[in-house]
Design a binder for this molecule. Structure first.
Ligand SMILES: Cc1ncc(C[n+]2csc(CCO)c2C)c(N)n1
Length: 197
């Protein structure tokens, strides 16, 4: 019988792609990957995307740092991806689950501020009551540092990049406390010539 339950490791991960709208795209992508400390996550980059896996705190630390380092170039950059936690069978990054919890990229990001717009969607898996799981657990009103608005199939967040990733992290974390397998898709964009502001 195939097991539909999730492991106890609570391994998290994110598969994402950076899209620099610039002819310097190679330098922006590889520069950001170079500048970010990825020692606390399993990482694989190919021609389509990058996947990072490990403790949730480090997965968010790395994805936030990568986007911010790409956005600080001032070029219009977007990033799209999917976070996942509790995926049955996702165990190969278990060695990274022993890492200490302190995020390693935060100090470097201290002085970096950049406005961005983001849309995200939560998918609590294997639940008939998935809509309640979404409504009950996304308490985004707590995030006073970001502007939150409803959109079709997604929630929109506007504000500083770090505050946006904190809001994503909190929403994802609160859903995964109740639902074993959760995925969350997102697209974030900075320095767009068509910014709302
Ligand atoms: C986060 C992230 N990882 C990988 C790619 C794929 N990619 C497209 S161009 C390029 C540099 C030259 O090989 C790479 C790695 C991406 N876009 N964003």
């Amino acid at each position: 019988m195939t097991s539909n339950s999730c492991g106890t490791s609570r391994l998290a991960g994110c598969q994402f792609t950076l899209f620099p709208m610039s002819d310097k795209f190679v330098d922006i992508i590889l520069g950001a990957l170079e500048e970010v400390d990825t020692s606390k996550v399993w990482k694989d980059t190919d021609d389509v995307s990058t996947c990072v896996r490990g403790k949730m705190v480090h997965v968010f630390d790395v994805t936030k740092a990568l986007f911010l380092h790409a956005a600080k170039t001032g070029e219009h950059v977007a990033m799209s991806g999917t976070f996942s936690i509790g995926c049955p069978g996702d165990t190969e990054a278990d060695s990274y689950m022993d890492e200490a919890d302190a995020p390693v990229n935060e100090t470097k990001l201290n002085e970096l501020y950049r406005k961005a717009g983001c849309k995200f969607s939560l998918y609590p898996m294997g639940r008939a009551d998935y809509m309640e799981a979404i409504y009950e657990q996304i308490d985004l009103s707590k995030h006073r540092n970001v502007e939150v608005s409803a959109d079709h199939y997604a929630t929109r967040l506007d504000g500083d990049v770090k505050a946006i990733f904190e809001a994503l992290h909190q929403s994802f974390d609160s859903v995964q406390e109740k639902v074993s397998h959760v995925t969350m898709s997102f697209t974030i964009s900075a320095n767009s010539p068509s910014n709302k502001a």
